[in-house]
Design a protein around this ligand. Structure first.
Ligand SMILES: NC(=O)C1=CN([C@@H]2O[C@H](COP(=O)(O)OP(=O)(O)OC[C@H]3O[C@@H](n4cnc5c(N)ncnc54)[C@H](OP(=O)(O)O)[C@@H]3O)[C@@H](O)[C@H]2O)C=CC1
Ligand SMILES: CC(=O)N[C@@H](CCC(=O)OP(=O)(O)O)C(=O)O
Length: 316
């Protein structure tokens, strides 16, 4: 059966990328709404109710509206927005988070695609909390840089207008109320809210996140090797290899860690650095905010839901 896929918001940054990733697929029929009706709820309702899978690439309010417009019990949904990531009845679309998460996504009618920033944190922290190497109330700080496409069409237009005069490094979220915090705590298995300081760089896409770990106060201080091996073991069990862990290395200057290194892929790579004598470590993640951070993950989830081998998809 050829599955009918509707991308609601296909003219946006994430929607366009998903379209490109699916363009060569012969196992899918992409149904596309005419440009003049793409914001008309009645027209969207028709497409949403005709689709086997609807992928929502919209602001949160419009994504909620799309879900409300679905009147049948057959259209399955992947929502790229943050509207449903901690909502009841939605599967969280980070397949590598647990051994059975891929099966949960495969069986779900409603899948919330994970946020770009949360993935770097959840990928690093969840397996460590699950393995009792970090306590759930650990006071985490989390930092990182993202390309400006993370802010969608309006931020892209703003950076492209300012060109080289835009700040190379612009911290934001400094009221510590970023919309991703509930999702981070919930799926990283944390009782405490991380202190999160994101930033935007003057380049299009690609992320590098940093999770510094000051381990000295813990009853049982894990070594760098223990942290590394717990993560490596966890991700070795993931079937498609989209998340991997670099070898434990001693690097004084991690200039090889380019935020853009995994652009145009659906991959996320973790790097563990540690100084055991100081009981200090840091876990870094590199990935494409529009790849594993959004469109790549959406295609991965679509493949899981349709039972399609990931290797046949361009997203791999
Ligand atoms: N960019 C990224 O790196 C990531 C984005 N996301 C999430 O994906 C979603 C889309 O983000 P992104 O692609 O960056 O955003 P964009 O602003 O680039 O695109 C959003 C699209 O939605 C359209 N739109 C807005 N309101 C409506 C409506 N009522 N009905 C139909 N279409 C509408 C916009 O129209 P118009 O073209 O007229 O503006 C635009 O084309 C967001 O929820 C975001 O949080 C998730 C992870 C990463
Ligand atoms: C650089 C930048 O502005 N990034 C956005 C996150 C990207 C995004 O909207 O993704 P989610 O769907 O995961 O929210 C932000 O921090 O709000």
């Amino acid at each position: 059966m050829v599955a009918r896929v509707f991308i609601d918001g296909e003219a946006g940054t994430t929607g366009l990328q998903i379209r490109e990733r699916l363009a060569m697929r012969r196992d899918l029929e992409l149904i596309s709404i005419p440009e003049e009706s793409r914001k008309d709820p009645a027209a969207r309702a028709e497409y949403l109710n005709t689709a086997d899978v609807a992928i929502l690439c919209l602001p949160d309010a419009a994504a909620k509206e799309s879900v409300a417009l679905i009147e049948n019990d057959t259209t399955r949904v992947i929502d790229a927005s943050s509207a449903h990531r901690v909502a009841e009845g939605w599967a969280y679309g980070f397949a590598e988070m647990d051994a059975d998460q891929g099966d949960i996504i495969a069986a779900a009618m409603r899948v919330a695609n994970p946020g770009c920033w949360p993935q770097g944190l959840i990928a690093a922290v969840r397996p460590l909390v699950a393995a009792d190497l970090l306590p759930a109330d650990f006071p985490l700080t989390y930092h990182g840089i993202s390309g400006y496409s993370g802010g969608g069409k309006s931020m892209i237009a703003d950076y492209e207008l300012r060109g080289a005069s835009a700040s190379a490094f612009a911290p934001y979220g400094l009221t510590f109320n970023h919309k991703h915090l509930p999702e981070m705590s919930e799926y990283a298995l944390l009782d405490a809210t991380p202190l999160f300081t994101p930033s935007v760089g003057n380049y299009y896409k690609g992320m590098l996140t940093i999770l510094p770990l000051n381990l000295a106060g813990l009853d049982k201080v894990p070594t760098g090797e223990q942290l590394h091996d717990a993560l490596a073991d966890h991700y070795a069990g993931c079937p498609d290899g989209f998340v991997d862990v670099a070898p434990l290395e001693a690097l004084d200057r991690a200039e090889i860690l380019d935020p853009q290194a995994l652009n145009d892929t659906n991959r996320l790579r973790l790097h563990v650095f540690a100084n055991d004598a100081r009981a200090q470590a840091a876990i870094l993640a590199v990935y494409d905010n529009l790849g594993k951070g959004a469109s790549g993950a959406a295609v991965q989830n679509l493949n899981l839901m349709l039972g399609v081998d990931q290797a046949t998809s361009l997203a791999a």
